[in-house]
Design a protein around this ligand. Structure first.
Ligand code: MOS
Length: 700
C-alpha cells in the first residue's frame, strides 16, 4: 500500500489542536517590543503628523514618520511582478485611506496602542477621492497583461459574424464587489537585526523567499543576509503571497530602536494594508444557434487598481478555452482609484470570471428553453481552441455526470418558479469550475539519518493546506518506507528554495522536488550499500518545458447547488452543494476534501455575503471588522458533498497532480445565482445577492 492516496490525518494535527504549533507572532523572542501602524484618515492629498504627545507617552521607544526615518529608495521599486509597492514613510503623500503615515513602538502592545491614540494626523486635503469602480468606468485603460503573464486581450474568429449567425443573443453586465481574504491568523512579523546588515524575520507569509528578496532589496543588503522562518501559517489565500508594508516597517522599527520588534496587523487594517480582491464589471455577450451551440462569446472585464501600482484581475482567462466556440474575444481594462492596491485572492480571475460567464451561459440556456447542464455538454471543448493545444487530461464530462447523478439533477423542472416546498421556492443551479494546473521550479533535500529514519526538507510553507502531510506521503513512497519513518521540515530560507505557496502549485512544484530528492537519495544509498551512516541528496526540479508547451493543463469541475428562497422575505438559504472535481492525482483525499470544502464555503460567502463597502465621500472602508463584513457561518453552510473524479495525467508532472487549492471557489457563485434564478425567476447580476436585491426586483 502506498502512502500517496491515503486519507492520512495531518502530521501536524496534534501540535495544532494542543496549541504547540508556533505561528509567527507567537515565536518566543527575548525582549521584544511592539509596533502599531497609524494610518491616514483621508484617501488623497498629504499629511502632517504631530507625534509630540505620543513620544512622551509611557513606554514609547520611537514614533516613526516621514520626518525622521532613513531614506530607503528601493521601497518604491517592485522586485517582481508578484510584489506590491511598499509604504515606509519615504514621503507624505497619501494614496488611499489608512495609508501608513506613522509607526509607534512601545514596550507593551497596550502602551503602543495608547500612544497611537495620541498621534495627531492632519490631512492637507487633496482632490475628492474616486473610490468606486462603478462611477469611474470611463477612465479605463489597457494594462500590459492580465495577471502576471497572460495577454490582456485575445481574439479568434470574428464575434460580429458569429453573432450574425446566432438564433439567440444575450448581452449583460455582471459586477463583483471588493472582497477581502481575512485568514484566521492575521498578518504578523517579528524583526530582529543581528548587527547592521543581518536580519532575522519571523513572518506570516505564503512565500518566505519572496519576503527575503524584497526586504533585502529595500534595505540594500545581500539576500543571504536575511533569514525568514515560518513554520505554521493560519491561512493566506493570496494576501500573504507578497510582503506588504508592515513587514518592512517592522524591520525599519527594529533598526531604528535596536530592539526586536513585533508588528501584528490589526483586523481593521487588514481591509486596507494587505490586499483585496478588486471589484469587477464584466460584460458578457454570447450568441447561440437554435440547438444551443455557441456561435460567439465576448467577455470584457474592467477591474480596479490603485494610483501607484497595477493589478489586473484576470477574469476572462477561462472564457478563452472553457467552451468550444469559433469566435471569441476577451479584454481586460483597469481603472485607477484612490484605493489600496488589490492582489491575488483565491482563484484570482476564475472566481470572479466564472460568476459572470456561468451566469451568462445559464441565461442563454433559459432563452433557448434548454436544460442548463445540457447546454454545457453541447459546448464541451475537447481542446484549448485559443492555443490549439490538447488538454493534458480533462475529465470534465465525468464531473458533470457524476455530480448530476449524486445531486439528483434529473428531478429539476425546466421552468423557473416551478419547484416549491411550503413557503419556500426551490431552485437548482449548476456551473462549471476550472483552474489552471501550474508548476514552478523548486528544490528539496533528503537525508538518511544514522538511526535509519529520514529527514526531508524544503523551504516551502504550510498555509493550512496540509503541505507537511502530503510531502511526508510523497517522501515515504519515493523512499520506500512508511510515513512514520519520515520527518518533513519547511519554512526556513536556509532550506532549498521553493516558490510562493500560491497558484495551487505547491503539490506539483515542491512535491516534484521532494520526490526527486528522495529518489536521488535512494540511488545514492544503492551505490554505497555498506555505508549505513548519514547520507543526503538534494534535487531541483523545473517544469517539463516540452510537455508544458504542447498541452493545455487545467483542473475542471462541476458545482451543483440547491437554494431555498423565502418568497416574502427574500432570504436565501443554500440547502445542498455537490461539487465534482477532476484535478489529476489526489495525494490525500482528506486534506484535498478540506480544500474543496474551504473553496465551496468561500463561494457561498462570495455569492451571498461578502462585500467591502467604502464611503464614497472619503474612500474609507466602513466594513472594518468581521461583524460588518459578512461571512458565511455554520448556519449558512449546508452539507457539502465532494466527489473526487479519478483523473490520470501522465503529462502534467511525474506525480500527475494538478493542485486543489483554488478550483473549489470557482463556479460556486454562478451556480448559486443560477439556482436563485431558477427558484424565483429573478436574475441578479451583482454580487453579493442580498435579500434587498431580490425584493427590489420583485417590486419592479
Ligand atoms: Mo493564491 S490567490 O495564488 O494564494
Amino acid at each position: 500500500m502506498t502512502a500517496i492516496g491515503q486519507p492520512l490525518s495531518r502530521v501536524d494535527a496534534v501540535r495544532k489542536v494542543t496549541g504547540t504549533a508556533t505561528f509567527a507572532a507567537e515565536v518566543d523572542v527575548a525582549n521584544v517590543v511592539y509596533a502599531v501602524i497609524v494610518g491616514s484618515s483621508g484617501a488623497t492629498g498629504s499629511t502632517a503628523v504631530d507625534i509630540t504627545a505620543a513620544k512622551a507617552a509611557p513606554g514609547v521607544l520611537a514614533v516613526l514618520t516621514a520626518d525622521n526615518v532613513p531614506k530607503l529608495p528601493a521601497a518604491s521599486k517592485k522586485a517582481s511582478t508578484l510584489d506590491r509597492l511598499i509604504h515606509v514613510f519615504q514621503d507624505t503623500t497619501v494614496h488611499f485611506a489608512d495609508c501608513p503615515v506613522a509607526l509607534v513602538v512601545a514596550d507593551t502592545i497596550e502602551r503602543a496602542h495608547h500612544a497611537v491614540s495620541l498621534v495627531t494626523v492632519t490631512a492637507k486635503a487633496g482632490a475628492a477621492p474616486a473610490a468606486e469602480l462603478g462611477t469611474q468606468l470611463a477612465s479605463a485603460y489597457a494594462p500590459k497583461t492580465a495577471g502576471p503573464r497572460e495577454p490582456a486581450d485575445t481574439t479568434r474568429g470574428n464575434v460580429e459574424e458569429g453573432l450574425a449567425k446566432a438564433s439567440v443573443k444575450h448581452e449583460a453586465v455582471y459586477t463583483t464587489p471588493i472582497e477581502n481574504h481575512h485568514p484566521m491568523e492575521m498578518h504578523a512579523t517579528i524583526a530582529v537585526w543581528q548587527g547592521d546588515d543581518r536580519l532575522q524575520l519571523y513572518d506570516s507569509t505564503q512565500g518566505i523567499f519572496g519576503v527575503r528578496n524584497r526586504i533585502a532589496q529595500i534595505f540594500g543588503i545581500p539576500k543571504e543576509n536575511v533569514r525568514v522562518t515560518n513554520h505554521f501559517v493560519g491561512g493566506g489565500f493570496g494576501s500573504k503571497g507578497s510582503p506588504w508594508s508592515h513587514v518592512a516597517l517592522a524591520a525599519l522599527a527594529a533598526k531604528v530602536t535596536g530592539r526586536a520588534v513585533k508588528l501584528m496587523v490589526t483586523r481593521p487594517h487588514m481591509f486596507s494594508l494587505t490586499g483585496h480582491r478588486p471589484a469587477t464589471s464584466q460584460k458578457l455577450v454570447i450568441g447561440a444557434d437554435a440547438q444551443g451551440r455557441f456561435t460567439a462569446i465576448q467577455h470584457d472585464v474592467i477591474s480596479e487598481t490603485s494610483r501607484i501600482d497595477e493589478f489586473a484581475e484576470p477574469s476572462a482567462l477561462q472564457t478563452r478555452f472553457l467552451y468550444s466556440c469559433p469566435n471569441v474575444t476577451t479584454s481586460h481594462r483597469l481603472v485607477r482609484l484612490d484605493i489600496p492596491t488589490p492582489t491575488f485572492t483565491r482563484a484570482p480571475g476564475e472566481a470572479t470570471g466564472t460568476f459572470a460567464l456561468e451566469s451568462a451561459v445559464d441565461e442563454v440556456a433559459f432563452a433557448l428553453k434548454l436544460d442548463p447542464l445540457a447546454i454545457r455538454l453541447k459546448n464541451h471543448s475537447i481542446k484549448d481552441e485559443q492555443n490549439d493545444k490538447p488538454y493534458s487530461s480533462k475529465e470534465l464530462l465525468a464531473c458533470y455526470t457524476q455530480g448530476a447523478e449524486r445531486f439528483g439533477w434529473g428531478r429539476r423542472k425546466l421552468a423557473p418558479r416551478s419547484m416549491r416546498e411550503g413557503r419556500e421556492l426551490v431552485g437548482y443551479g449548476v456551473a462549471t469550475a476550472v483552474y489552471h494546473a501550474l508548476q514552478q521550479p523548486a528544490a528539496a533535500r533528503a537525508t538518511r539519518k544514522g538511526d535509519g529514519t529520514f529527514l526531508v526538507q524544503s523551504g516551502t510553507q504550510d498555509i493550512g493546506t496540509g503541505t507537511y502531510t502530503i510531502m511526508t506521503q510523497i517522501a515515504a513512497d519515493a523512499l520506500g518506507v512508511t510515513v512514520d519513518q519520515v520527518v518533513f521540515e519547511l519554512g526556513d530560507t536556509t532550506l532549498p528554495e521553493t516558490p510562493v505557496s500560491g497558484g495551487s502549485w505547491t503539490a506539483s512544484s515542491t512535491g516534484s522536488a521532494v520526490k526527486g530528492a528522495c529518489e536521488a537519495l535512494v540511488a545514492k544509498m544503492a551505490l554505497e550499500p555498506s555505508n549505513q551512516g548519514e547520507m543526503f541528496a538534494e534535487h531541483k526540479t523545473t517544469p517539463d518545458q516540452e510537455n508544458q508547451g504542447k498541452h493545455a493543463m487545467y483542473s475542471h469541475g462541476a458545482c451543483f447547488v440547491e437554494v431555498r428562497v423565502d418568497e416574502d422575505l427574500g432570504t436565501v438559504r443554500v440547502a445542498r452543494v455537490v461539487g465534482a472535481y477532476a484535478a489529476g492525482k489526489i495525494l490525500n483525499p482528506k486534506t484535498a476534501t478540506s480544500q474543496y470544502y474551504g473553496g465551496l464555503v468561500w463561494g457561498i460567502g462570495m455569492a451571498l455575503h461578502e462585500h467591502v463597502a467604502r464611503d464614497p465621500r472619503t474612500g474609507r472602508v466602513v466594513t472594518r471588522d468581521l461583524a460588518d463584513y459578512h461571512l458565511p457561518v455554520n448556519a449558512d453552510v449546508p452539507a457539502i458533498d465532494v466527489i473526487m473524479v479519478p483523473e490520470v495525467d501522465t503529462v502534467v508532472n511525474p506525480l500527475g497532480v494538478k493542485g486543489v487549492g483554488e478550483i473549489g471557489i470557482t463556479g460556486v457563485a454562478g451556480a448559486i445565482a443560477n439556482a436563485i434564478f431558477h427558484a424565483t425567476g429573478k436574475r441578479v447580476r451583482d454580487l453579493p445577492i442580498t435579500l434587498d436585491k431580490l425584493l427590489e426586483e420583485s417590486r419592479a
